[in-house]
Ligand binder design. Structure first.
Ligand SMILES: [Zn+2]
Length: 495
């Protein structure tokens, strides 16, 4: 018998300390058949599910998919738009569904929902219970999800990315789909949730490093040794959400004894606690880094200056100037940087390529990311800002697929700096962003990278050294600088 699967998705990681809301126009929205049509072959988690479902001959009935780059609290119009479209389609078709499959992020906060995904899953569950329908609800989550007990209670199985950078987002959806397939055979499973008191900065949760590395190694052992365990998810959490459920958590889906599953999660928490210092890495000041650079042997490869405080993939505007303006004061050249500045990009498009212009760059989105930099430079290149990922498994594919649009873009160049200006903020997760605009990252001496971990697959292989620098911005790794109100007694730093 062909299985009929209701497929939908909502993807947003919400930075609640930003003062500009995320609105409907910030979302890419697909409805009905477009969900399958637009995602097929684009390398995203949705593509992974569609591929698996097609091979199984499942009939996909699509509802709605909305996704936006991490940014401020999602407004009421957007949350309502998703809910209305989702439940309309569910209401019309629920009788034929054998399962519900959702591609979520798990860290969305909207005007009326601190725990958007938890409330959504609860509403779905209540809807099905009222109709007396019992079907599996399976969801894909991002490793940075702030998972709530409500999400776990109201789903059959969640399955999350295990790599950060998220090179495994598509394959995670394939695996989740295969779990769904096994649930058709054996629907008797339970999920167990285990929250912790820790909120970890993004710089502390890369999976190549502890604590994530050691915890995930143990997870793989448990899954291999105990056939009852369907999966254990290590949820790093997303620290820029001032909500009760913010932070690191663990969950497990099991065919066996719940008490055993709980014991595993408690054990994994103890690994986190034994490695907790690595979860709060210390960053350098720019002066400290400049001292270190002076003592480095000469290298042909660029040095990365990582600026986590303006981590675009974490929600900030990508226009922070603190690090760039201060680095320009030193006697260095060969610097490559990217600033999201629609106004400046537009001015370049209205001017001529080759012309030298003077303009003020960056720090226009809000008051948290420095002051605009006066810059005199030649316009090297202008473009529509569209590019294809160099690496199809890039972290960026988990958010947007392989075709990326930075909006009107321009390249400015002077003696010290080559600067890419974009109109749509675009996380630096793939070298195609620079190469497509005529900038050769390998030729740079320094590249300023607005990221925490997600840049690593793209940038680490071309670099000689990489330095994390503490600067001004709302994705600061120093969580004590942020005005948390709702997290109770959770731990945000280790002294
Ligand atoms: Zn993530």
């Amino acid at each position: 018998m062909t299985k009929h699967i209701f497929l939908s998705g909502i993807y947003h990681e919400t930075h609640t300390f930003l003062n500009q809301p995320t609105t409907l126009k910030d979302f890419i929205i697909y409805k009905n058949d477009d969900v399958v049509e637009k995602n097929t072959g684009n390398g995203s988690p949705m593509d992974g599910f569609i591929d698996y479902a097609t091979k199984q001959n499942w009939n996909i009935i699509s509802g709605i998919q909305m996704s936006a780059i991490p940014s401020g609290i999602v407004d009421e119009e957007s949350e309502n738009y998703f809910e209305e479209n989702f439940f309309k389609k569910l209401e019309e078709n629920y009788k034929q569904f054998d399962a519900i499959f959702l591609i979520l992020h798990g860290a969305m906060v909207s005007k009326n929902h601190d725990d958007f995904e938890g409330d959504l899953l609860e509403k779905i569950n209540n809807f099905l219970s009222k109709k007396n329908i019992k079907i599996p609800i399976v969801a894909v989550l991002d490793l940075h999800a702030n998972v709530s007990e409500k999400m776990i209670k109201n789903s059959t199985c969640v399955y999350a990315y295990r790599k950060n950078p998220h090179s495994d987002s598509r394959e995670t959806a394939v695996k989740a789909a295969s779990i769904l397939n096994s649930l058709f055979e054996n629907p008797k499973v339970n999920q167990v949730f285990h929250g912790t008191k820790y909120i970890l900065p993004p710089t502390g949760v890369g999976t190549a490093n502890d604590p994530m590395k050691s915890i995930l190694q143990e997870v793989i052992k448990i899954e291999q040794d105990d056939d009852n365990i369907i999966c254990i998810n290590v949820m790093a959490g997303y620290s820029y959400a001032d909500i009760a459920d913010c932070g690191f958590s663990l969950n497990c889906c099991t065919k066996g004894d719940i008490a055993v599953a709980k014991k595993y999660l408690k054990f994994l928490e103890s690994i986190l606690e034994s490695k907790i210092n690595s979860a709060y890495p210390k960053e350098n000041t720019l002066d400290e880094v400049v001292e270190k650079i002076k003592n480095l042997p000469n290298s042909e490869k660029p040095i990365l200056l990582i600026e986590p405080a303006d981590n675009i993939g974490g929600g900030t505007p990508g226009d922070a100037t603190d690090l760039l303006s201060n680095f320009l004061k030193f006697d260095y050249d060969g610097i490559v940087a990217i600033i999201n500045d629609p106004e400046a990009a537009k001015i370049c498009h209205q001017s001529k390529v080759g012309e030298e212009i003077e303009l003020k760059i960056g720090a226009k989105f809000d008051n948290f990311h420095g002051v605009p930099i006066p810059l005199k430079a030649r316009i090297e290149n202008v473009s529509d800002g569209k590019f294809k990922l160099e690496n199809k498994q890039s972290h960026l594919a988990s958010m947007m697929g392989i075709n990326i649009n930075m909006g009107l873009s321009a390249v400015l160049k002077n003696k010290k700096l080559t600067l890419l200006l974009t109109t749509i903020k675009t996380p630096p997760m793939d070298l195609g962003q620079l190469i497509s605009q005529g900038i050769k990252p390998d030729d740079a001496k320094f590249i300023i990278v607005k990221a925490a971990v997600s840049h690593k697959d793209a940038y680490d292989p071309i670099a000689s050294h990489s330095f994390y620098i503490d600067s001004q911005g709302l994705c600061t790794s120093n969580l004590k600088r942020l005005p948390f109100k709702k997290i109770g007694s959770k731990v945000i730093a280790i002294d």
